[in-house]
Design a protein around this ligand. Structure first.
Ligand code: GLC
Length: 642
């Protein structure tokens, strides 16, 4: 062995030892938390051996973590709140609809670079049942890539290429349920008791009936009820989502241990962000709605603290599409603040933006933002306009009432406005999961169609087309500036309309969410880019907004956001500021006519210089001779401090 080689080997040993030593340190630092959480959930004497098993599992799983990722973990821990950077802009996409498979996606990485997107959320990629699979959210495996996307190697090649480009990857961890074809479910169906105990399984329907008294229905039209009878074994199994998605029984500590291993198998593929799917549902208790229970939070914290020891560079995203006050709790409360999920979907902002579009007013948005406590400083929102799911009307009823609206009637108005029940409405959405028992319903459709582009194009009405484009830009400009990670939904950057082809597919036609899971229209991007085309106008505007965001570190989520009330109910106004005195004032007009705002207070804040305001988006300077700043219909301004 030559000297250089000896040195290399020694350095490597040293580095590995370092990683080991750091692991031991992290374990020592977090052991108290882990122990407390574990015994809170699993407090019976028979649970004690499982705690020892967990400790063993942690070190086993750490050993299995690839070296390159261990190194990245250490760098990220040093970098602190790296996920709050203004440089991160995401896109969510279905690999098969984007460019066929993982290899196709790999080739399209330059597209994201052009747009400025450096964070990808790939929709479920793992094996799933061949018929209905809830778009892959019924999983047959947590780490085996489904052959329709390519191979494991294709995924590893992609994650490696993304890392080399400084891009981040998010995958779903479907933590609440497996498919009915998952190996555990299959064994349960063969009568193996051990695996029947991995699910909520009952010999008759007495307990299921008791549960049903308080459990709401997620998919009342297609999968009513929360239990499914399994004739092979004469048992009832809990299936809160679809009948083929079996809820995991986390009261069994073995399930937690096995799911932790499954999580690591997935994370070790090179996943930076884990989307914790449907995490509000993780714990069930008779007599409750079995959502957002304290135990569900403790369980997520136990996953988080375990990851903190094994793979601390991994970030958790809470997919909790629940009431505004309940979402916040997924950041952790009290002494666990910041120790649950670092990121959460800002479902409240999303739903309130859609409310503001329909009402042309920002009253409910403003009121909710004022009333809901701020997120913890180290945590971050994932802000989005649309995603693959429906839009739920998760508003705070009390706040609706304070405005003077009737919550029931208001929700009805929104469903009517978006779901083609009002002739004058520009929106072409579909009503999703309307429940006549409760009057609840949700909305689905693409951003462009919901914002009027589909109808305007059909009518060949140029001003309406322009209005729809302005609305698309407005909503996206807000999520770029709001604070947190903006996540585009693939297709929205080129104003993709509803895709009705799902109606012809047997395993999709019942699920209206497919109307907004379109194939990427490469034609429109590959043809000479005609700026007169709405798709290209939207593409160029969003690209410009992304680039502008990245030029202004004040947009980093470590900097605060200050909400202002402008005195005009059609406007949303907030400010981003940093310690060095930089600031950007965001003004958004939700009305179809111009709206004005008194400008004096802007002078005090430093946004007017000799009666002039400089808008970064249009590049224009506005002179306010009358003392009023006027915004065009659906105009968005980012005013710079002068
Ligand atoms: C999440 C997903 C949704 C899926 C559900 C069940 O809410 O976003 O698409 O149907 O979980 O896994």
């Amino acid at each position: 062995m030559n000297q250089a080689h000896v040195h290399k080997v020694l350095t490597l040993q040293h580095k590995t030892q370092d990683a080991e030593a750091l692991f031991e340190q992290r374990l020592a630092a977090n052991l108290g938390f882990i122990q407390r959480l574990f015994f809170k959930l699993y407090g019976q004497p028979e649970h004690v051996p499982y705690f020892d098993a967990l400790l063993e599992r942690l070190s086993e799983l750490f050993k299995g973590r690839p070296k390159a990722l261990k190194k990245l973990d250490v760098e990220r821990v040093k970098a602190g709140n790296w996920y709050q950077s203004e440089q991160i802009v995401g896109m969510q996409l279905y690999v098969e609809h984007f460019d066929k498979d993982l290899k196709g996606l790999h080739q399209k990485l330059p597209y994201f670079e052009e747009l400025g997107v450096n964070f990808l959320h790939l929709m479920p990629l793992m094996t799933r049942p061949s018929g209905e699979s809830d778009g892959g959210y019924a999983v047959n495996s947590y780490h085996k890539v489904d052959s329709k996307y390519g191979t494991q190697k294709d995924l590893l090649d992609l994650t490696q290429a993304m890392r080399a480009k400084g891009m981040y990857l998010m995958l779903d961890f479907v933590v609440n349920h497996t498919s009915e074809e998952y190996p555990w479910a299959k064994k349960a169906l063969k009568g193996v008791k051990k695996y029947q105990d991995y699910y909520y399984m009952y010999a008759d329907d007495t307990l299921p009936k008791e549960f049903e008294k308080s459990l709401p229905e997620v998919f009342p039209e297609t999968s009513p009820g929360n239990f499914t009878y399994q004739s092979e074994i004469d048992r009832w199994v809990m299936t809160v989502f679809n009948h083929y998605q079996w809820d995991l029984n986390y009261t069994n500590p073995e399930v937690f241990l096995e799911m932790l291993s499954n999580l690591m198998d997935m994370v070790n593929l090179g996943v930076d962000f884990v989307r914790f799917d449907a995490l509000a549902f993780l714990w069930k208790k008779m007599g409750t709605i079995s959502q957002n229970l304290p135990e569900a939070h403790e369980l997520v914290q136990l996953f988080r603290m375990s990851l903190q020891v094994i793979a601390p560079g991994t970030i958790l995203l809470a997919e909790a599409i629940v009431a505004p006050r309940d979402i916040l709790k997924y950041f952790g409360e009290g002494h666990m603040q910041g120790n649950e999920c670092e990121v959460a979907y800002n479902a409240s902002l999303m739903a309130l933006l859609w409310n503001s579009i329909a009402t042309k007013k920002t009253l409910l948005l403003q009121k909710t933002l004022e009333r809901i406590p701020d997120k913890p400083k180290e945590c971050t929102w994932l802000n989005y306009v649309r995603c693959h799911d429906d839009i739920g009307l998760g508003y705070d009823d009390q706040l609706i009432e304070e405005i003077g609206w009737n919550p029931f009637m208001h929700r009805k108005f929104l469903l009517d406005y978006y779901c083609q029940r009002l002739q004058w409405s520009p929106a072409t959405g579909l009503l999703f999961m309307y429940n006549p028992k409760t009057g609840d319903g949700r909305i689905t459709g693409s951003a462009a169609s919901l914002l009027g582009l589909e109808k305007a194009l059909k009518e060949k009405h140029l001003p309406k087309i322009q209005t729809a484009i302005a609305k698309i830009t407005l909503l996206h400009g807000i999520i770029m500036a709001y604070g947190g990670i903006p996540m585009l939904y693939a297709g929205d950057e080129i104003a993709t309309l509803n895709d009705y082809s799902f109606l012809k597919e047997a395993d999709k036609k019942e699920d209206g969410r497919w109307v907004n899971r379109p194939k990427q229209n490469w034609k429109v991007l590959e043809e000479p880019r005609n700026k007169k085309k709405p798709q290209i106008t939207v593409f160029e505007s969003l690209k410009a907004l992304i680039s502008l965001r990245k030029k202004h570190p004040v947009f980093a989520d470590s900097n605060p956001k200050v909400l202002h009330y402008s005195g005009n109910d059609h406007l949303l106004v907030f400010e981003r500021i940093d310690d060095e005195g930089s600031g950007i004032l965001v003004l958004a007009n939700f009305d179809e006519v111009p709206q004005a705002v008194e400008a004096g207070w802007m002078t005090k804040l430093g946004y007017l210089n000799e009666g002039k305001a400089k808008d970064l988006i249009s590049g224009k300077s506005y002179t306010m001779s009358s003392g009023l700043l006027e915004l065009e219909p659906y105009q968005l301004m980012w005013l710079a401090k002068s």
